[in-house]
Design a protein around this ligand. Structure first.
Ligand SMILES: NC(=O)c1ccc[n+]([C@@H]2O[C@H](COP(=O)([O-])OP(=O)(O)OC[C@H]3O[C@@H](n4cnc5c(N)ncnc54)[C@H](O)[C@@H]3O)[C@@H](O)[C@H]2O)c1
Length: 385
């Protein structure tokens, strides 16, 4: 039985708690932490957890309570410091996305993971969606051929007051806008599918609807891979009826999540005609691939519990969390400096450290309003079914 602590008892902690509770024979939530301890107490009461409540993770670490795994559900700017403190006490950590706000922090987290012999995994629950797992499997099988072009859309809608929450809308605490905090999911997926970072990135950032926020609310990025393939990534919180999708245009067919397939073959005159045979083959492959036992957050939690039980690696490693932060950092660098950026980013890059990002990133507006809590309501995690 693994003892679990939740640090940060806001919106997303609910998805973590719900998922841990799906595995009562494997884990127990024994600690809840929030700098507003009444939020931790409220979760304790709501779920009848009987957990100990702390007002800081330091107090939890000093308490002597036996904890095996921490879900770090705090705002991005404290992900690294809390994760490192926990790992230094021998605890395994699942850190919510984004892994951290800069590459220097990611590297410090990876160093702490290695030195302490623990597991660090990063939130990327969408990888456990059937549509994404199957897209990855079909892409890996090469039935559609090599990826030549990808369209990655991370389109969401968030109201003007979204950034009023105290930690949102600043480079310092949120670490960026939808490119970091929303498209992080789709950027993780395209990195996972491609298995490598692009060689260069050219991006444009803007803020068209959220004048209470320093960070972008819309970005377009073009990724160019070493073999010449291109991808475009749109990150937005200004799209009504938001949708998230990945379309892979491969040599022989288009495959996509949400699932669709199309294939063309060449006619003698050079024009195309449907390759229905290949389309049918890929459709059949998709339909016969087994579904994940658990999807989304439950899949992510099952995966980390399994890794701890069996001494294996989780599906999402800290190194992959870092890859995602590296690509996002390159998008911010390109958009802020208005130049094409080559990857990888070196340790002496001006955007490697958080201070460099704070100094160089474009500030669109001043955050003029800050509230401790926004009104109540369900949050959405997106869907790529
Ligand atoms: N995986 C997803 O789909 C998804 C969705 C939403 C949010 N998130 C991520 O989860 C994290 C939290 O987002 P949220 O929407 O739940 O925010 P939130 O503001 O609702 O919750 C964060 C909680 O952390 C607490 N907190 C802040 N600093 C703390 C500290 N130093 N120690 C302990 N507690 C602290 C806050 O008081 C708050 O209760 C962010 O990194 C966000 O990007 C992930």
């Amino acid at each position: 039985m693994l003892n679990v602590a939740i640090i940060g008892c806001g919106n997303i902690s609910t998805a973590h708690i719900d998922s841990y509770l799906k595995f009562p024979e494997r884990c127990k939530i024994v600690a809840l932490v929030d700098i507003f301890p009444e939020k931790a107490q409220a979760k304790n009461a709501q779920y009848n957890l009987g957990a100990e409540v702390f007002d800081s993770h330091e107090a939890m670490l000093e308490s002597g309570l036996k904890i095996d795994l921490v879900s770090n559900c705090t705002p991005p700017y404290v992900h690294a410091s809390i994760a490192i403190n926990c790992m230094n006490k021998g605890l395994n950590v699942l850190v919510e996305k984004p892994m951290a706000t800069c590459l220097e922090e990611c590297d410090a987290m990876l160093e702490a993971e290695k030195r302490n012999g623990v597991i660090l995994t990063c939130g990327a629950q969408n990888r456990f969606l059937n549509s994404i797992a199957k897209l990855k499997a079909i892409s890996d099988s090469k039935v559609a051929g090599k990826i030549r072009c990808a369209h990655v859309e991370s389109l969401w809608w968030r109201g003007h007051n979204y950034h009023d929450l105290w930690w949102r809308g600043t480079w310092e605490k949120e670490g960026g806008g939808p490119t970091l905090n929303h498209a992080v999911h789709q950027i993780d997926m395209i990195n996972w599918i491609q298995g490598e970072l692009p060689a260069e990135v050219t991006a444009v950032l803007t803020n068209v609807m959220h004048d209470n926020s320093e960070v972008e609310d819309l970005s377009f990025a073009i990724l160019k891979y070493a073999d010449g393939a291109l991808a475009n990534v749109t990150s937005s919180v200004v799209h009504h009826g938001g949708t998230q999708s990945i379309v892979l245009q491969c040599e022989d067919a288009k495959i996509a999540a949400p699932f669709s397939v199309a294939a063309e073959k060449t006619k003698p005159n050079g024009f195309g005609e449907p390759n229905t045979e290949l389309e049918e083959k890929i459709r059949k492959q998709y339909n016969t691939l087994p579904d994940n036992k658990y999807e989304g957050f439950a899949g992510e939690i099952d995966n980390v519990l399994t890794a701890l039980e069996n001494g294996t690696r989780p599906l999402i490693t800290g190194i992959e969390g870092r890859m995602t932060v590296e690509l996002i950092t390159a998008i911010y660098k390109s958009g802020s400096l208005k130049q094409t950026v080559s990857l990888p980013l070196a340790k002496d890059d001006e955007f490697y450290k958080f201070e460099g990002i704070l100094k160089n990133a474009t500030r669109f507006y001043e955050k003029a309003k800050s509230v401790e809590e926004l009104g109540k309501g369900e949050i959405t995690h997106g869907s790529m079914k």
